[in-house]
Design a protein around this ligand. Structure first.
Ligand code: MIG
Length: 800
């Protein structure tokens, strides 16, 4: 088999000169003398789609990644031509297409600067072996260009100099630089000259990205089949690129229930029931907050999905109810492999209805997974997804399970060299029948989607919760995700940090790692440091393979237990802050974690930073990533930052040492921020929230903050029953003004705010609430800078 992708010029075919051009509203088609068609679709002023065919005919236009809710529409569109180019102009972009060879180049419409240009541009290699074409694209790297994103790659933030493959793969005990692993998100952002753009290569075949690795000044991407089909997304702010990509591939269809942002405890496996109860009781006894407990594969009868082991879990409904009474939501694992067993109803039904994947010549796709030999539902068939979704009825409606965990959905198959289905397996692909070469990367996504549909249906009127291991672009609409089978090492703590940041800048924010490591066992110090990082990840769960010892918060002695409790408590205090960040993500596509480069691309110092990140909008966190440390050096983005523990103020734009003994970690708050906090609860809903704490960090100047709240579950928020508080803070030498604007129809349970003023540079002499002077003594709490006042205020005026 000759695949000469390494030899760029050999065997490659290129478009020739343009012979015709057609415009159909926002779709522009350019046909070359040798029969290549380039179709450019103007989706938005800053989002252009490029699609090429070499056969004169396009395949049916179908994508699992692009959401039907994606924004469309532009302010300006004009197509002109000169001697050598067609020129497409929108209000944001100018795209030139060479009449000679179809190469494209993109310019900023405001200042005409070059953003991105084809090197060889689109080219292809006919693939007699694989069928169709290997479709390729190469672009010239601009001076100083950096690259970010690409989903779940366990490498440093900046991808420059590296090559990657996208092929969803079960990767037990992967390590730094292992590639590919569990997810395929063929989207990257690039940055040069302070301007950022993104490219989303929406092709589900095995694909590759090369960022100046093969050739120093060339970035290229290619796939082993399908179409050259990519979206060019212009910023120039990187945050806008990510927001626009997320708009295209979708935001979560609903907010998670607030409990899903609490702490989760998992292990392979907690069984029998008495063991589960021991674990949950211990959380309550030691007063370590926890909202969810997981059942791994051993809860089933012989690993048959949708069954329960009679021996270990004789009465699941009662158990789940008892756990719920104690504040624990039960989450169970469901794998794609269905055991071949005529006595097993799910198998029998799947067989009768012809829902299992088949090989090209007709036999079923048979593979070994946990249950032994299995068949696998074709989740790319909408009828199969519907059937699958209905299988959750009993689990959710009757037994009361609150979440489902989809594992092995790469799909993983044991004892075969490729660790997955062979290429010839057939798939429906929503009516676009194809082989596994095309469906592989979306198989897990479609399983998670079907699971989500079931959970949504049967959890109603509550919100669904699903977690998946495999994913393709767009999976964030349906489910959360974890980073798979990592290892209990210090390097893996760093990798987890990188993975979560990278997933967030790839449009998928609801992620976390197996805290403490899945394989092998952490010592107490590593576990504590990992918890410290983990409480800042949108999904926060300890999980381990269990065969190396216990990995619960109390498994490492009381010193560690105390540290772990302290940080999980902090997570619970910060829930309204995190929930607000999640709301901005679900509403606007703003990533929950921001790598420093995403936070401030204009500061070149951020371009190569990896460890520090912004949690939500206002908190800067940086994990301790090695043993025996009592602090570390870290970089502070431009601006003023308060040390969360000491209120010491740091002037950003510099690298500095920060103290952080084992019971601490570097956490900073942006000056001017207002951070909302709840009281510590052992689980969400344990207490009625009777006061909202607002930690106000004085700054001279202006800053805005938000607090979003709703009923914490259910769908009323969609009908306007939410509470959104916009705070405008304005600080002067001798006064501080906080204005509140409230919107939404939800009434919070609390009536008062407890306002703690940090870093106030003056002594308070007078306080006005809505222009009325309130005797300071009436407001004062313990400290002189802590006030209690009504949540209804419009303007709080503090005067020195
Ligand atoms: O082949 O269900 O990544 O989280 O505990 C191992 C058992 C299968 C892999 C998952 C892991 C889970 C484990 N699974």
């Amino acid at each position: 088999m000759i695949l000469n992708t390494e030899l760029e010029y050999k065997g490659n075919l290129f478009p020739s000169k343009i012979v015709s051009y057609e415009k159909n509203l926002n779709v522009l088609s350019f046909t070359t003398a040798n029969g290549v068609i380039l179709e450019v679709t103007v989706r938005r002023d800053s989002v252009l789609r490029f699609r090429y065919t070499t056969t004169g005919i396009f395949d049916n236009d179908f994508s699992y990644a692009i959401t039907k809710y994606a924004s469309r529409g532009y302010n300006h569109l004009e197509v002109t031509e000169d001697d050598s180019n067609y020129i497409i102009t929108t209000s944001k972009l100018i795209c030139k297409i060479s009449k000679l060879d179809l190469r494209t180049s993109m310019f900023d419409a405001n200042d005409n600067s070059l953003i991105c240009e084809d090197e060889l541009g689109f080219h292809w290699e006919e693939s007699y072996e694989l069928g169709g074409d290997i479709v390729k694209m190469s672009k010239t790297a601009q001076p100083g260009e950096s690259y970010y994103g690409l989903g779940d790659k366990p490498v440093d933030n900046n991808l420059k100099g590296k090559r990657f493959e996208n092929w969803v793969t079960d990767s037990y005990a992967y390590g730094r630089d292992t590639d590919p692993i569990y997810k395929t998100i063929p989207f990257y952002t690039a940055l040069h000259n302070k301007k950022s753009y993104g490219i989303f290569f929406d092709n589900t075949f095995r694909s590759f990205f090369d960022f100046c690795n093969e050739r120093r000044n060339i970035t290229s991407f290619w796939a082993q089949g399908g179409e050259m089909n990519y979206y060019f997304i212009y910023g120039p702010e990187m945050s806008d690129v990510v927001v626009n990509y997320t708009d295209l591939t979708g935001k979560p269809h609903e907010m998670p229930a607030l409990w899903a942002l609490g702490y989760h405890q998992c292990k392979w496996s907690y069984y029998p029931e008495s063991n589960v109860k021991e674990i949950t009781a211990k959380f309550r006894e030691l007063q370590i907050p926890c909202d969810a407990i997981y059942l791994d594969i051993d809860y089933m009868e012989g690993f048959r999905c949708f069954t329960w082991s009679k021996e270990y879990f004789p009465d699941p409904k009662r158990m789940v109810k008892e756990l719920a009474d104690d504040g624990f939501k039960t989450i169970v694992i469901i794998d794609p492999g269905i055991k071949i067993d005529m006595e097993y109803s799910v198998f029998k039904e799947g067989l009768e209805k012809d829902y299992f994947c088949k090989r090209a010549d007709g036999p079923y796709m048979k593979g070994k997974v946990w249950p032994g030999e299995c068949y696998f539902p074709d989740f790319t068939n909408p009828e199969v997804r519907d059937w699958w979704s209905n299988l959750f009825k009993e689990l959710v409606e009757d037994i009361g399970v609150k979440g489902v965990w989809n594992d092995m959905n790469e799909p993983a198959v044991m004892d075969v060299p490729g660790k997955t289905f062979p290429d010839d397996v057939r798939h429906d692909y929503d009516g676009n029948q194809c082989s596994h070469k095309k469906a592989h990367n979306v198989y897990g996504m479609q399983m998670a989607r079907a699971t989500y549909q079931g959970l949504k249906k049967f959890s109603y009127p509550k919100r669904p919760f699903v977690i998946t291991r495999a994913a393709y672009s767009g999976t964030q609409r349906y489910t959360s995700s974890w980073t798979g089978d990592n290892i209990a090492t210090w390097d893996h703590l760093t990798i987890a940090n990188l993975q979560a940041q990278r997933m967030c800048m790839s449009g998928f924010s609801f992620v976390g790692s197996d805290i403490g490591g899945f394989a092998e066992q952490p010592n107490g110090e590593l576990y504590a440091r990992w918890i410290q990082l983990g409480i800042f990840h949108p999904f926060c769960r300890t999980h381990s393979s269990g065969d190396h010892g216990d990995q619960e918060p109390w498994a490492f002695g009381t010193t560690i237990t105390d540290v772990v409790r302290k940080f999980i408590e902090l997570r619970y205090q910060l829930l309204p802050y995190l929930y607000t960040a999640f709301w901005r993500y679900a509403e606007e596509g703003v990533p929950i974690l921001k790598s420093l480069v995403l936070y401030d691309q204009h500061d070149p110092q951020t371009h190569y930073r990896n460890d520090e990140f912004i949690f939500g909008e206002k908190i800067l966190a940086c994990p301790i990533t090695g043993p025996n440390q009592n602090g570390r050096r870290m970089y502070f983005p431009v601006g003023k930052w308060y040390n969360f523990w000491t209120d010491e103020i740091i002037e950003g734009g510099t690298e500095q040492w920060v103290n952080a003994d084992l019971d601490s970690m570097p956490i900073f708050v942006k000056a001017g921020a207002i951070i909302p906090k709840y009281p510590i609860q052992q689980y969400v809903g344990e207490k009625t929230i009777d006061e909202l704490s607002l930690d106000v960090y004085y700054t001279e100047g202006k800053e805005t903050s938000q607090v979003y709240e709703d009923a914490t579950d259910g769908y009323d928020y969609i009908k306007g029953r939410y509470s959104l508080r916009d705070f405008n803070l304005s600080g002067k030498k001798n006064e501080l003004i906080i204005q509140q604007h409230k919107s939404g129809k939800f009434t919070t349970t609390y009536k008062t705010f407890k306002v703690s003023l940090h870093g106030l540079p003056f002594k308070i002499s007078k306080v006005e609430v809505d222009n009325v002077i309130i005797p300071f003594e009436d407001l004062k709490l313990n400290g002189s800078n802590t006030l209690r006042l009504t949540k209804e205020f419009t303007e709080l005026h503090i005067i020195g």
